[in-house]
Design a protein around this ligand. Structure first.
Ligand SMILES: Cc1ncc(COP(=O)(O)O)c(C=O)c1O
Length: 296
């Protein structure tokens, strides 16, 4: 599958209310979303035939669009139904789900008040975001040169395509140096997150994670916090300075795509994936499985 370009995969894509053949889900080159990044998207995973936290993701898609100043012309329920139907139509039980909404091609220019809002959903198989072997040993992260922007500089609460420009740049720079990904600091120099996942640390049996005040408060992040609390692990959300990494014992990333991924190195700092990371990895794996009716 890896060698097949994404525009040539099989099946269907849901686009503006219809299921269209995968290869026919096209847009015009003069699309506002392409030129001016007026697009918002989600990343979801289906496990055992059910999309994990689908409503939270779909509500966030709506909220991301609202922050960018447009309204998605399909309700949360309509998008959820389309996502579930598409998952069945694609014939997958475990898969990655990508809804996206963008301003269309009715007019070109920075202002695009009347451009049609388009919505599409694609579903494909995507087993592990990071190399599975590397993942268990702990991945290696560089520290990115680009910083997460001040919320006065960019709409940081929106899962907006434009915010990924610095993520791709940072990830490419890290990969060129042999790292799996990069940890990004924010505009104040505080630890923020990776290029597509949130970050956690363990110190003296407690879980630490940066306060999400200028980056995405991930759905997986919130899930992991809940799982840790359920285990009686204290969770501290606070500003974390990069120098503090010296004294941290474990580190891991989490996100829909990354799930819970142990980290072995961040720049000059090293970590040993330990009991808390392993427990949360296992708890997350159990948590995402569909909760069947008690009768089963
Ligand atoms: C930049 C960034 N941060 C954090 C996350 C984690 O968010 P979630 O757990 O909602 O997938 C993602 C993935 O969507 C992301 O792209």
């Amino acid at each position: 599958m890896a060698s097949v370009p994404f525009d040539q995969l099989d099946g269907y894509i849901w686009m503006n209310g219809e299921f269209v053949k995968w290869g026919d889900a096209k847009i015009h080159v003069l699309t506002h979303g392409l030129h001016y990044a007026s697009a918002v998207f989600e990343g979801e995973r289906a496990y055992g035939g059910e999309i994990f936290k689908l409503t939270e993701h779909t509500e966030r898609l709506h909220e991301s669009a609202r922050i960018l100043g447009f309204t998605i012309p399909y309700s949360v329920a309509e998008i959820e139904d389309a996502s579930r139907e598409l998952l069945k139509k694609q014939g997958f039980t475990d898969a990655y789900v990508r809804p996206i909404a963008w301003r269309g091609s009715d007019s070109m220019g920075v202002s695009a008040q009347a451009n049609r809002i388009n919505v599409a959903i694609a579903i494909w198989q995507w087993p592990s975001y990071f190399d599975p072997e590397q993942r268990l040993k702990g991945i290696r992260l560089d520290i990115a040169e680009y910083c997460r922007p001040d919320p006065r500089t960019a709409p940081s609460k929106s899962k907006a395509a434009g915010l990924y420009m610095i993520c791709t740049l940072s990830k490419h720079a890290a990969e060129a140096k042999g790292y799996a990904d990069a940890m990004m600091l924010d505009w104040r120099g505080q630890v923020a997150e990776a290029t597509g996942a949130n970050i956690f640390f363990v110190k003296e049996g407690k879980l630490l994670t940066p306060t999400p005040d200028c980056f995405l408060d991930g759905i997986t992040r919130r899930t992991v916090i809940g799982l840790a609390k359920r285990r009686g692990i204290e969770v501290i959300e606070r500003a974390i300075m990069p120098e503090e990494l010296e004294g941290f014992e474990e580190a891991f990333l989490c996100g829909t795509a990354a799930e819970v991924t142990p980290v072995a190195e961040i720049g000059k700092y090293t970590f040993t994936p330990g009991q808390i990371t392993k427990t949360l990895m296992d708890d997350y794996t159990a948590e995402v499985q569909p909760k069947r009716a008690a009768a089963e």
